[in-house]
Structure formats: structure tokens, C-alpha cells
Design a protein. Structure first.
Ligand code: NAP
Length: 250
């Protein structure tokens, strides 16, 4: 349910994949949507134009979530343009190149942890600072991964570690800010058809991996967005400090 004042949601990494599907669905559900991107301005602006053509409200906003000053400036820009942020989808994430730990480059491991862990923490901190002063509170949805509990051996164990960190962060922060009317939850997708696999170099193995998924196929970004939007909604008003696996049984 969206109240008469339009709810504003910020989706980090909203230019592609799960973030873009979430931004589209949020707009369909009546949210004004801030679409954060890092490098792909073209994708973010095309998505914003698509939402606006459909009668929605959207804004593209550049920020590297790993950089705290970028994050603070992004929140300022979104609130100045769209109004108070009621919902944050902490979606931006990267894996680094697939392979065993011994072959991974230290700078790549560091970058994954900075984007996936510090990026989520900086954005959540900024969101809590703003939401806690408002009577209506807010909702934060963090993107974890099935990798957090599977561990992703020989693929990207550092990425799995970054997502396990998100699980702990979600559980603790939810308890910390519940009295302020802020819910904090996480969604842990299984293998979803997005660009992330091309970038990590896992894409060629994806169809083989499908055989190991109980439902027999990969997930779609839209199927993850459905869960995220439910968690943002009033229907999830008693739901906090929980991690929801959307992974086809994997
Ligand atoms: P994707 O298609 O590769 O898109 C990644 C998004 O994150 C892009 O919008 C990208 O922006 C943005 N991004 C990357 N680094 C950023 C940074 N430093 N600052 C701000 N934005 C940044 O990824 P996806 O597959 O949709 O994944 C979305 C989330 O779901 C991630 O957290 C991922 O770990 C998680 N997840 C995905 C899967 C899966 O199978 N796809 C499974 C489990 C969990 P640009 O477009 O500007 O590059």
C-alpha cells in the first residue's frame, strides 16, 4: 500500500539486472524510484526514461557505494529531488573473476569486500540516520546470496564471505533499529540470469549449474524483485531481521 505522499525508494545498482527489475516493479507499485549506478549511465538513464514514459517518477544518480562521501551525496541528491527516502534496496554488488582463492588478485578481493560489505554499510548508515528522525520509519532490504551458505568453492569464496557478512549485518541492524520503526531484511537469491555471470566468467557453466537446482532452471531478476517489493510493503510490517532465500530450492 502506498500512501498519498509518494514513497521514495533508492535502489543501489539499479541500472541493470535485479536492481533494474526492482526499480521497474517499484514504479509499477507507485514508488518514486532513485536508480543508482556506478559506470553505466546510459542504462540508468534509459531505465529512468522508460519509467517516466510509463507515467512514473524516477531519477538516475551516480555514486560508487564503496565511497562513503559518494553515498552521503547520493542520499542528499535523492532527497532534494524526490523527497524523504522511505526504502533502501542495497543491491549493488560484484563478484570479481571466478577461480580458486590462491589465484585471486588481492586488489580484486579488496574491491569485492569494499563494494559488497562497506557499500551496504555506508548506505544503511545513511538511511538509518535519515529514517530514524521520521515518524513513519522505513525499510532496508539488503541483497545477500545463496553463496553465503554454500560458500562458492573454486568460484569466488571471497564473494561468499562478503554475503555472509551481509547476513550478520542484517540480523544485528534489524534489532538495533526496530524501536525506531525501521525494518531490515535480506534476500538471498540463487543463480539469476543477469550480467554478473559474464563479468565473473561463470556464464559458460550456468546451464550445467541449472541441473543442480531442484526446480531445474535459473531464476529471473523479476522473481527476485517480487520478493523485494513484498518486503518493502506493508504486508511485511511484522517482518524484520530475517533472510529470505529465493533460489529454486538450492
Ligand atoms: P549486475 O547485473 O551485474 O548489476 C550490478 C549492478 O550493481 C549494476 O547496476 C552496477 O552499476 C552496480 N554496481 C556495481 N558496482 C557498484 C558500485 N561500486 N557502486 C554502485 N553501483 C555499483 O548484478 P545482479 O546480478 O543484478 O546482482 C545484484 C545483487 O544481487 C548483487 O548484490 C549480487 O551479489 C546479488 N546476487 C546476484 C545473484 C545472481 O545470480 N545474479 C545471485 C545472488 C545474489 P553499473 O551498471 O553502473 O555498472
Amino acid at each position: 500500500m502506498v500512501s498519498s505522499v509518494q514513497n521514495v525508494v533508492l535502489v543501489t545498482g539499479g541500472s541493470r539486472g535485479i536492481g533494474a527489475a526492482t526499480a521497474r516493479l517499484a514504479s509499477e507499485r507507485g514508488y518514486a524510484v532513485a536508480v543508482n549506478y556506478f559506470r553505466e549511465k546510459k542504462h540508468a538513464e534509459a531505465l529512468v526514461a522508460e519509467i517516466q514514459q510509463g507515467g512514473g517518477t524516477a531519477l538516475a544518480v551516480q555514486a560508487d557505494v564503496a565511497q562513503q562521501p559518494d553515498v552521503a551525496a547520493m542520499f542528499d541528491q535523492v532527497e532534494a529531488t524526490l523527497g524523504p527516502i522511505r526504502a533502501l534496496v542495497n543491491n549493488a554488488g560484484i563478484t570479481g573473476k571466478r577461480g580458486p582463492l590462491v589465484h585471486a588478485a588481492p586488489h580484486e578481493i579488496r574491491r569485492v569486500l569494499e563494494v559488497n560489505v562497506l557499500g551496504v554499510i555506508w548506505c544503511a548508515q545513511e538511511a538509518v540516520r535519515r529514517m530514524s528522525h521520521r515518524t513513519e520509519g522505513g525499510v532496508i532490504v539488503n541483497l545477500s546470496s545463496g553463496a553465503a551458505t554454500i560458500g562458492s568453492p573454486h568460484t569466488y569464496v571471497w564473494y561468499a564471505a562478503s554475503k555472509a557478512a551481509i547476513d550478520g549485518f542484517t540480523l544485528g541492524l534489524a534489532k538495533e533499529v526496530a524501536p525506531e520503526g525501521i525494518r531490515v531484511v535480506a534476500v538471498a537469491p540463487g543463480i539469476v540470469t543477469t550480467d554478473i555471470h559474464e563479468q565473473s566468467g561463470v556464464a559458460p557453466q550456468l546451464e550445467q549449474l541449472a541441473a543442480g537446482i531442484p526446480v531445474g532452471r535459473l531464476g529471473t531478476p523479476e522473481e527476485i524483485a517480487q520478493m523485494i517489493l513484498w518486503l518493502l510493503s506493508e504486508e511485511a510490517s511484522y517482518t524484520t531481521g530475517a533472510i529470505f532465500r529465493v533460489a529454486g530450492g538450492r
